[in-house]
Structures are given as C-alpha cells and as structure tokens.
Ligand binder design. Structure first.
Ligand SMILES: C[S@@+](CC[C@H](N)C(=O)[O-])C[C@H]1O[C@@H](n2cnc3c(N)ncnc32)[C@H](O)[C@@H]1O
Length: 279
C-alpha cells in the first residue's frame, strides 16, 4: 500500500492526476492563456493541493469543470489568482538584510556608479519597492531608479496607487520614518505613500519565467516569489535575473531561500541572502 494513501487529507483528491491527464492539460492551457502562470513550474503536490482547494471553494466537481469556469473577469479566475499569487509582504521584510543593503551594499554602489538601477521582481502591493525608495531618499541618492514588477495585474494596480499600507507594514520602521513617507487616509485604516517615493518607481507587469524586461541592474530583489517553484523553474528564474545584472551587481533573495551551486550562474555568495555577479 502506498503510505500516502493513509493521508488522503494531506495528498488531496487530485493526487492521482498526472502531468498528461487531459483534464489537467485543459486547466494548464487555460491558466497559461489567461494569466501567464505555468502550473508545471510549481512543485507538483503543492500545485495540486491548491487546485483542489479552488475546486472546493468554487464548488466545482473536477478539473474539466474548472477549465470551463476559468474565464476573464470570472470569480473563479479571481479565486485562482488569490491562491497562486500569494501577495503577503511588508515594508523592510527581514529587517537585518535591509540594513545590510542600506548601510553597506547601496552606499558602495553609489560611490562606484553615477546612477544606480534597482529591480524589485515580484513586488506584490509595493511594500518592497517603496522600502527601497525610502532607503534611496534617506541616502540622498540623486540618480537612482527602481523597476517594480509582478505577474498579477490587480496587485500591480494596488502597488501603483500606493494606498494599501496598514500599520502591519510598519513593524520594522521607526515612527519618524513612517510619518515622513506615509499619510493616514481619511475614514480608513490605510496609509498613502508619499509622492517623493512614487516618483522613483516604474511599475510594469512581468513574468519571471521569461527573460527580463530590462537589464544592467545594480541590485535585483527576488524574494519569496519562487519558494513553491520546482528546482528547474527556479534555475530558469535565476538565469534570467543574472543576465539582467551588471557585472558586480547584487541579487538579494528571501531569508528562507538559497541558490544551490551559485557558481553555475556566475554568482558568489556575499553574505546571507546576497549574491554577487562576477565582475
Ligand atoms: C509573497 S509575494 C513576495 C513580495 C515581496 N517580494 C516580499 O518578499 O515581501 C510573491 C509575489 O510574487 C508574485 N509572483 C508569483 N509568481 C510570479 C511570476 N512567475 N512572475 C512574477 N511575479 C510572480 C506574486 O504575484 C506575488 O505578488
């Protein structure tokens, strides 16, 4: 007996679905067309568990019914996006690493280069690129730009508006910094970001599984985006990101993530979460 059969609630009712199952292929094709998300890039059990949760939530009997129900603007598509593009974030997430960026990495780069270019890849509702913008303003970096991208168009609209911040976002920020860059919105518990931060950032939609939309970046942040991806998909993302870095540029990843054998990509580990592209 397969030991996993004893744990159907963990494996889920889709555990028998293989990568060539016709109903899975229908869903895969529809999702790719509508969202650009490639389900094959996700670790299989994780991916099936999320599809299973969508079936339950949308009261659909099977994957064929899901493929039919996935339509532009439909509640099922919305549910799908919520399950797959987990948008959890916060300002200065993993603060010690942001301190390293603010106190060592960016000052060094600013000394070395006339202009610096940063990319927040998988920026969610903007907490990460706005954190970068705060650092640049506090460092009085005159010539610096930030590109912020995400696959999810809805979350990008929120990021651009810069009005989705709550007090939860500010756990890692001193009060004076919060009051310099965020204003409470009337009749709401949300805060609005200052225009001085917005003006540093360009937002655009981008899927990290395809080559980068721009290159010559000094620093690229790709944090907590690929944790559920297969090793193969992670390698594709890393290769695209390294191609978009200037020689000597820095790749900043999430605190629970590592790049296996970074030399394959021409990277060396500089310190926890920071990898440098060979100059
Ligand atoms: C958990 S959030 C991470 C936000 C931020 N980087 C941080 O660490 O706080 C992951 C983000 O990655 C985005 N994402 C997922 N797959 C992606 C892909 N293939 N290409 C670009 N963005 C993707 C999601 O839409 C989501 O907003």
């Amino acid at each position: 007996m397969n030991p996993l059969d004893q744990f159907p609630q963990i494996v889920g009712r889709l555990s028998h679905i293989g990568p060539t199952d016709p109903s899975y292929l229908q869903v895969h094709k529809k999702v790719l067309e509508l969202t650009g998300i490639d389900l094959n890039a996700y670790k299989r059990q994780q991916m099936l568990r999320r599809l299973d949760a969508i079936l339950t939530r949308c009261q659909l009997p099977d994957l064929s019914a899901l493929a039919t129900a996935l339509k532009p603007g439909s509640p099922v598509l919305q549910e799908f996006m919520e399950r797959y593009t987990i948008n959890v974030s916060e300002c200065f997430r993993d603060r010690p690493r942001f301190e390293m960026l603010a106190q060592q990495i960016l000052p060094e780069l600013l000394k070395r280069n006339q202009t610096i270019r940063l990319w927040s890849a998988g920026c969610s509702y903007g907490a990460e690129p706005y954190s970068l913008a705060i650092i640049l303003r506090e460092l009085h970096a005159a010539r610096a730009t930030i590109l912020a991208t995400d696959i999810d168009p809805k979350i990008l609209t929120m990021a651009k508006a810069g009005e989705s911040f709550t007090s939860n976002d500010f756990k890692n920020l001193p009060k004076d910094v919060v009051s310099r860059y965020f204003t409470p919105i009337d009749n709401s518990s949300n805060f609005k970001v200052a225009d001085t931060l917005k003006s540093l950032i360009t937002f655009r939609q981008h899927n990290l599984l395809v080559p980068a939309p721009e290159n010559n970046f000094d620093v690229i942040l790709c944090r907590n985006v690929t944790i559920y991806f297969t090793e193969e998909a992670k390698d594709h993302v890393t290769a695209h990101l390294v191609n978009a870095l200037r020689p000597g540029g820095v790749l900043f990843i999430g605190e629970t993530e590592t790049i296996h054998r970074p030399a394959r990509f021409g990277l060396t580990l500089r310190s926890t979460s920071f990898y440098e592209r060979a100059a």
